[in-house]
Design a protein around this ligand. Structure first.
Ligand code: GLN
Ligand code: ZN
Length: 765
């Protein structure tokens, strides 16, 4: 039996890589220093795995920015526009592709970045031309193998598989499909393998996550052809084909028939596939059991895992069984041992968790247990694991029967407004008295350096709660006065009291825990620290009412209450795995529902519940979409429907490609939805138009991602476009998203122009 790791986090347990990269970018350290910091991190990671007793330790899982971009450099698929940067050092060319380049009169934008499957990691999208050529350029894969070999570790290089590499990219010209480029790409991979073999590599891992997605027949043929070629050219090389993030499903026969030494499967996302994979595995194929959750922070359940391992051993024999995490540990925080502050993370909760370093140890321990090692230390680990899991099952910290009963008792009426939208609209018209083309914003106003300094002083105890609140109140009042001045119709309080739209709520809800160092790479040097939802979620007291009521007390105009929706809170957290995600989502939904009621009672007439993450929660396989959408949309409805007809519910979503889920968006039944639209010149509205979307809609009229100030005329033109396709009565006027990351200067100019643009439209009625 062998253990292996598919990839280890590369940011460093204290975010050393983030710091080094950012220092290099700002000119504070040299390229040599940066390269050295990469070397140190790799060495630490390899040694840590070696000490834990892992058999196959990965290399090339390190990256200064992104592993897909690394492959683009390896095969020299550098887009032409970067040729101008070629004079620069290789590292600068690399970062130019990742982040854009502005120097000495050269101004080139970065390559596109997008989400890595359904994770919160983002990769740099390869660009392909019809006459695309590939050559071996960067020798990173080979160099890192040699580097490890020098310190006595014969690694298993990890290569993004050639088929997945192509599929992750984009055609930049018409008239071809990127998968056709395989014939040109494969020779470069063969060259890499030749070099690795010459250096003594025994194992190579090819990541082909697309095997867990819907594949066309042609793509299936290409996969088969590719691995046949590799097998033919390198019969001695032990290849692992790694799949993750979903089950193989209809690709199971294909995956087990690929000529390889081992097939890795994700048994966390798809435990049910084990039996069939074991049945179908040809007799020379090993199966790597992805049994430890690489994307979540919970301790493994050794007893359950040992049962699965036994099943595999019975069927295949122990020498054909491998044990591993479900996917690369890139998606886990680094080291639980760094969580030393009992006030942040209690030892009771900590005892339920395992981060990357602990998961490595779990993999090694499972092998020992499966092989029947009954050394005292190993048995002690098993007993500790059983005890931790038992305590999680029964802990009063986790289980709150009142919450469970409330969720169990959900009725259709909990998820429905009193009257249909057409009736509500008339009631709201009377109560709210808004003009046509009402103007509003998405919620946050600029979080200036001052605001962030106040918060950090408050957290460090350098200023009191009273002082902190007084500062925030003053900032809120300034924002309210300014909105009145420019004649905005629906005001917001500005969200100055919030650090982050999920953390702010998590910190006030029962069932959430936070870490000091639980960072996970999101893209490049950017890391996020998701909250941990460990228990039944309950709202002990109102979370936002004071701020909204205070803001409303300052003005005769309407102030919109501002909440984050249940699906978004779920999606941006580490979620408990001892109950379905839908149940956790419903618990959050009830907490938000209570907050909505309290806001209504406090006299807030318009309440926005942001759900920017609904779309990104979509499962990888289309077949699974409706199941997800059903519970997700219902959770939103639970959160939003406990109000009178006259209370107007808004929702907001950022990425607005809604074509295939527009029915579900309509089912949310928000009175008003605001969406991102300006960069597509209102094209994203098409889905709503074709569907005859019945409720009100605010298509963003300016892009908040750029400091550029749009002119009134530009926004009038966009609104004219919208008006041509959406009934004028249903249109709102607002920016694309929140203004948190902008400066006041451009914000003031842009919003003043926006209000004027709405007035132009009104004057034409
Ligand atoms: N209300 C939030 C804000 O304005 C919405 C942010 C988002 O959609 N991502 O910041
Ligand atoms: Zn947004």
């Amino acid at each position: 039996m062998q253990t292996h790791i598919l990839g280890y986090p590369r940011i460093g347990s204290k975010r050393e890589l983030k710091k080094a990269c950012e220092q290099y970018w700002s000119g504070k350290i040299s390229a040599t220093d940066l390269i050295e910091s990469g070397h140190t991190i790799r060495k630490q990671n390899w040694q840590l795995q070696k000490e834990a007793g892992i058999d196959l330790i990965p290399s090339n899982d390190f990256s200064f920015y992104d592993q897909v971009l690394d492959m683009t450099l390896t095969v020299n698929a550098i887009p032409n526009r970067y040729k101008e940067v070629v004079g620069a050092k290789p590292l600068d060319l690399y970062f130019a592709m990742a982040r854009g380049y502005q120097k000495d009169g050269v101004d080139i934008t970065a390559m596109e970045m997008t989400k890595w499957f359904d994770t919160n990691y983002h990769y740099i999208v390869p660009e392909f031309k019809k006459d695309q050529e590939f050559q071996l350029l960067s020798t990173k894969i080979i160099d890192e193998f040699s580097e490890a070999k020098k310190i006595g570790i014969l690694t298993k290089p990890v290569l993004l598989g050639p088929v997945s590499y192509l599929l992750l990219g984009k055609e930049k010209e018409e008239g071809f499909h990127r998968i056709e480029l395989i014939h040109k790409l494969l020779p470069v991979y063969l060259e890499i393998l030749t070099q690795l073999q010459t250096l003594g590599a025994e194992w190579v891992q090819f990541d082909e996550p697309f095997l867990a997605l819907d594949l066309s027949n042609y793509e299936k043929e290409v996969l088969l052809g590719t691995y046949r070629t590799i097998q033919k050219e390198f019969p001695q090389l032990k290849t692992i084909i790694a799949t993750y993030f979903d089950g193989l499903k209809d690709n199971l026969a294909l995956a087990t028939s690929l000529p390889a030494c081992a097939l890795h499967i994700d048994l966390v996302r798809s435990p049910e596939q084990l039996t069939e994979v074991l049945q179908q595995a040809p007799k020379d194929l090993s199966i790597s059991l992805g049994i430890i959750d690489g994307r979540n922070i919970w301790k493994n359940n050794f007893q359950n895992s040992l049962e699965k391992i036994q099943l595999a051993v019975d069927k295949l024999g122990s020498d054909r069984v491998m044990i591993a995490p479900s996917c690369s540990l890139l998606h886990s925080p680094c080291d639980l041992e760094l969580e030393t502050n009992e006030a942040v993370l209690t030892s009771e909760i900590k005892n339920w968790l395992a981060f990357a370093k602990q998961k490595v140890d779990e993999v090694a321990t499972l092998k020992q247990l499966a092989e029947g090692n009954n050394d005292e230390s190993i048995i002690a680990k098993l007993q500790a694991n059983i005890a931790a899991n038992a305590s999680r099952k029964t802990s009063t910290l986790i289980h709150n029967n009142a919450v469970k009963e409330r969720v169990n008792a959900i009725t259709e009426a909990d998820a429905k407004r009193i009257n249909p939208y057409s009736v509500r609209q008339k009631t709201q018209d009377k109560i709210l008295g808004l003009p046509l083309y009402p103007t509003t914003t998405i919620g946050s106003f600029p979080q200036t350096k001052e605001v962030r300094t106040w918060r950090s002083k408050f957290k460090k105890g350098e200023i009191t709660t009273e002082e902190y609140n007084a500062l925030l109140k003053a900032e809120t009042e300034t924002a309210i006065r300014w909105q009145e001045e420019i004649d905005m119709d629906v005001l917001v309080h500005g969200e100055f009291e919030r650090n982050d739209m999920v953390e702010y709520f998590g910190e006030q809800l029962d069932g959430f825990a936070f870490t000091q160092n639980g960072w996970v790479q999101s893209y490049g040097s950017r890391c996020v620290k998701p909250p941990i939802i460990y228990g039944d979620v309950q709202r002990p007291t109102a979370m936002t009412v004071e701020w909204s009521a205070y803001a409303q007390s300052l003005t005769e105009k309407l102030v919109k209450g501002m909440l984050t929706g249940p699906v978004t809170i779920l999606q941006w957290s580490f979620v408990r795995d001892d109950q379905p995600r839908s149940v956790t989502c419903n618990q959050i939904a009830f907490a938000i529902r209570d907050e909505v009621s309290d806001l209504e009672k406090a006299g807030i007439k318009i309440i926005q519940i942001d759900e920017p993450a609904i779309r990104e929660g979509l499962p990888l396989r289309k077949d699974d979409w409706q199941t997800y959408l059903q519970w997700a949309i219902k959770a939103f409805r639970i959160s939003s429907t406990g109000v009178e007809d006259e209370t107007q519910i808004h929702t907001h979503m950022c990425y607005s490609e809604f074509n295939d889920i527009i029915q579900n968006i309509a089912d949310m039944d928000a009175d008003v939805i605001t969406i991102e639209c300006s960069r597509s010149q209102m094209e994203l509205l098409d889905a709503f138009v074709q569907f005859n979307y019945p409720n009100e809609i605010g298509p963003g009229v300016y892009d908040i991602h750029s400091p550029r100030v749009p002119s009134k005329e530009e926004m009038v033109a966009l609104l004219e476009k919208a008006k041509a396709v959406i009934p004028e009565r249903n249109l709102w006027v607002n920016p694309d998203c929140g203004l948190k990351t902008r400066h006041w200067e451009e914000t003031k100019k842009a919003l003043t122009e926006m209000v004027e643009a709405a007035k132009v439209l009104r004057s034409k009625v």
